[in-house]
Design a protein around this ligand. Structure first.
Ligand SMILES: CC(C)(COP(=O)(O)OP(=O)(O)OC[C@H]1O[C@@H](n2cnc3c(N)ncnc32)[C@H](O)[C@@H]1OP(=O)(O)O)[C@@H](O)C(=O)NCCC(=O)NCCS
Length: 163
């Protein structure tokens, strides 16, 4: 079902949002894969880390954390609460993250996603990410991950030219 009636806006993370983001991550991933508070704090402090939130009038519906070093970007996580999925929130978050990465000189973005996470794989594929290979036992508990990547060159050029 497409949930396109959900209204949301994007904004930057503020330290007061930490607890809500932690709860969303716990709801989005099973134990062992969901981040501990310590992990989440560390990711928010990664080099070039940025966190963008999507909020409805009621609550935070989702967020994305990215990081970057020189020309390489990384999607740490993207989480949308189940009741708000399929309404374009994940896509809006990712587009804004990619736009900011490109504007900061990132040319290639990487990420890992569990090989059995079909909705995420469909999401990444729709957004132009391709699979580089399998990282065996990447997740705690031994689940495998696909390493995925996308070249942002065209986006970077468009951002530089003010389009
Ligand atoms: C992956 C995730 C972020 C997508 O967020 P979302 O807000 O539902 O995504 P969108 O509504 O923008 O979907 C965009 C496209 O992704 C694909 N997609 C998203 N969810 C899908 C699903 N359940 N099944 C198949 N395709 C799906 C579709 O191509 C969709 O386009 P469409 O609506 O035109 O069919 C969300 O499902 C989520 O938070 N999952 C749990 C956490 C997670 O697994 N994160 C990624 C791990 S790396």
């Amino acid at each position: 079902m497409n949930n396109s009636a959900v209204k949301f806006t994007l904004r930057d993370y503020k330290p007061d949002d930490f607890h809500a983001l932690y709860e969303i991550d716990q709801a989005c991933y099973e134990p062992g894969i969901a981040y501990s508070k310590r992990d989440m704090r560390a990711y928010l402090q990664f080099p070039g880390a940025e966190c963008i939130l999507a909020g409805t009038s009621l609550e935070i519906a989702g967020f994305c954390i990215s990081a970057r070093q020189r020309t390489r970007g990384y999607i740490v996580t993207i989480d949308v609460l189940e009741k708000y999925r399929k309404s374009g929130i994940g896509s809006a978050l990712l587009r804004e993250v990619e736009r900011r990465l490109a504007a900061n000189g990132v040319r290639e973005v990487g990420l890992e996603t569990a090989t059995d996470n079909e909705s995420a794989i469909a999401f990444w594929t729709k957004h132009g990410y391709r699979t580089l290979g399998v990282e065996k036992g990447y997740y705690p508990g031994g689940r495998d991950a696909f390493a995925m990547t996308k070249i942002l060159v065209a986006l970077a050029r468009a951002s530089k030219e003010g389009r």
